[in-house]
Write a protein that binds this ligand. Structure first.
Ligand code: ZN
Ligand code: FE
Length: 253
């Protein structure tokens, strides 16, 4: 049975997620920007947390943890590489390890780039990417370099197209304004932007998204596309160099 996913808006533009396995009744929380909306979402459904999965150490992803654990004493799982700067972990994981939510087993992926040590959790049909792959965007490169982020995004792009992508922020509309400067004539992008603008007008979240849609529209997953290379005057450049150019244009946008 697939996991039930609940998207929880937190702070001004963060998202936390609940992943509930109906068969076992286990519920995992992915990232903890702030406690109140998460505790409310759990109470509303009568769910108890069994584990907390942390994607990376930034405060806007971990700072509500102590308050959540006070009411839900769950097992905390995060990257071994970042154990020194994450809250205390019960289980430290690396790429290749698996994480269980009831009977559902997820793979830990190293998706370094935004930070070195950022991980993603890849469950059947759903991947939690936080600040690596985002809706129509990707995280800023605070610690890693473009080649590292391109490798991380390529790993995520290899998952099945119908995978649901649960990312960490509502940055999609700003990402859309940038994406249309890279590929103004991509019909899939034009259609997606119309949907994003309509959803935001109504105050609806633009996440989760579908990986197949990201692959067709997200400029940061499209550095290998010949038309994009040509448009940037980088026909013979490597995919990672084209990604670097797109990322640096976004940083200056
Ligand atoms: Zn971050
Ligand atoms: Fe963040």
């Amino acid at each position: 049975m697939p996991l039930d996913i609940v998207t929880i808006p937190c702070l001004s533009d963060n998202y936390a997620y609940l992943a509930h396995d109906p068969a076992s009744g286990e519920t995992a929380l992915v990232d903890v920007p702030e406690a109140a909306p998460i505790l409310a979402a759990l109470a509303e459904r009568g769910w108890r947390l069994s584990q907390v999965l942390l994607t990376h150490h930034h405060p806007d992803h971990v700072q509500g943890l102590t308050e959540v654990l006070a009411q839900h004493p769950a097992k905390v799982i995060g990257a071994k590489a970042d154990a020194h700067r994450l809250p205390p972990l019960d289980v430290a994981v690396s790429e290749g390890d698996s994480v269980q939510i009831g009977d559902e087993s997820g793979n830990v992926l190293d998706v370094s780039g935004h930070t070195v040590g950022h991980i993603a959790f890849d469950f059947p049909g759903v991947v939690f990417t936080a600040d690596s792959l985002m809706a129509l965007g990707c995280g800023r490169l605070f610690e890693g370099d473009p080649a590292m982020m391109w490798a991380s995004l390529s790993k995520l792009a290899a998952l099945p197209d119908d995978t649901i992508v649960c990312s960490g922020h509502e940055y999609t509309q700003a990402n859309a304004r940038f994406a249309e400067t890279i590929e103004p004539e991509n019909p899939a992008l034009v259609a997606r932007i119309a949907q994003i603008d309509a959803d935001r007008q109504k105050g609806l979240p633009t996440v989760p998204s579908r990986l197949g849609v990201e692959k067709a529209t997200n400029p940061f997953l499209r550095a290998h596309v010949p038309e994009i290379k040509a448009a940037l005057g980088m026909t013979d450049a490597s995919d990672a160099d084209v990604f670097a150019e797109i990322r640096s244009r976004k940083d200056r946008f």
